[in-house]
Design a protein around this ligand. Sequence first.
Ligand SMILES: [Zn+2]
Length: 511
Amino acid sequence: MNTDRFVVIGRIRTMVSPGGRADWMLVVGGEIASLGEGPVPPELSDAPVLDLGSGTVLPALHDAHVHLLSSGLTEMTVDVSRAQTMDDVFAIMADAARSFEGTILRAHSFDPDLLPEGRYPTALELDAISTEFPIYVRRRDGHSSIASTSALAFLDVPLDAPGVELEGGSPTGVLRAEAHARAATRSGELLTDEERVRAYHLAARRAASRGVGIVHSLVGATDPGDRDRDVELLLGVSGELAVDVVVYPQTLDVDRVVALGLPRIGGCILLDGSFSSGTAALDEPYADGRGRGSLYYSDDELTGFFRKAHGRGLQIAVHAIGGRAISQAIRCHAAACGTEAGEARHRVEHCELPTSSHLSEMRRLGISACVQPTFEHLWGGPGGMYERRLGADRMRRSNPFRTMLASGVRLAGGSDSYVTPLDSLLGIHSAVNRPNPSEQLSVFDAVSLFTSGAAWFSFDEKKRGTLEVGKEASFVVLGDDPFEVAPSSIESIDATALYLRGRIVDAGADA
Ligand SMILES: [Zn+2]
């Protein structure tokens, strides 16, 4: 429906309250002019009708944590996420190699934690797929990778760089830490601006296809493969993308962000690493003998950055997964801005292993958390990666969504795409079906993470996040109602259409 004034009829979930419903909604000039229950009032009988039948309407879904460039690149490189065994990995890559015509064959989403072999491929195994071109495989968490023999040279990784795994003096192909960062950065540098813009378009259309109308896009040089000037590149094309983009420049350069006129800074500014790579900073050692992880910044560095960014009026987002990193984020925020953190809506990304004292401090200071429920879907529960890395007790305490909400900490939901699919319905599904039942969210709270919660994070709560008079007519049409279907089938609900400000979004056309 592309007229300026029309009436939507359907199962409208306003998301103002758990039972908030409407049967019709009048859209005028991209905004909601009125809505109500029961039949459409007679005075609106002249307005064109968008009758959605049994379709369910929710506010446009809103993903508060997306690495948009890498997310789009996953659509341009080989996806090995569906492999069930190492043989599957090799078969998928051999298949891609047969028709490959580029300089380096890249694959993504390799996840040994989901394979029975539980190991990485070797450089020799990648060489066996093809020696005609270098082959480079990224681990799903983005914190390590594997290079074929020729890829090591092609990506300029010196064999004595820290993080090159050696066996009997020869590289196995596995790259971690600095060696991984160099290879990933070099791999990214080979991309042209046209390829980057295409990646942004692909990611935006993928989002639209799942009803996600707004993404917080974390972009900039702290992601391997992103460059400093990708922030400007994205700002330049953001108006042409299928969905709305809220740009989070990943940099410590406060002056540059102020000069760009942006009101926010950060994203995955890494205070620590990840559980899967054994690099998140824990209070107690990992259960599988990997030490405690480490903090990547000193308190002085972080407090100085917070003080400067906060002083210039910027909202700040930093990545902290383990308890020690969360402690550091809280401690440095308290030193830099005290309880003023709340007005600035400073955010901690992931915040996966908070204690109750962390949560009460976060509430007191007004620090909010952007969580990734799909992590639990992939890695939570008995026998999963969290249990192997953290042990059964800490596994049960990871991502305590219900406890976090109950303690008054503001939450938003994010996919961390490329790490998990850019799919808020999967995120909602994962929060409702979280392996530990005592931390599962109601459907209302789970949808709120990806609607009103995320809108608050980007200071958009007056125009987005719920369907109310005066707000944008930005909504998704779903084939089924997540409040009504069995919780186990929320992830397979279709997003049949997405509207932003009253206009339907075309998720199909090629860039
Ligand atoms: Zn992160």
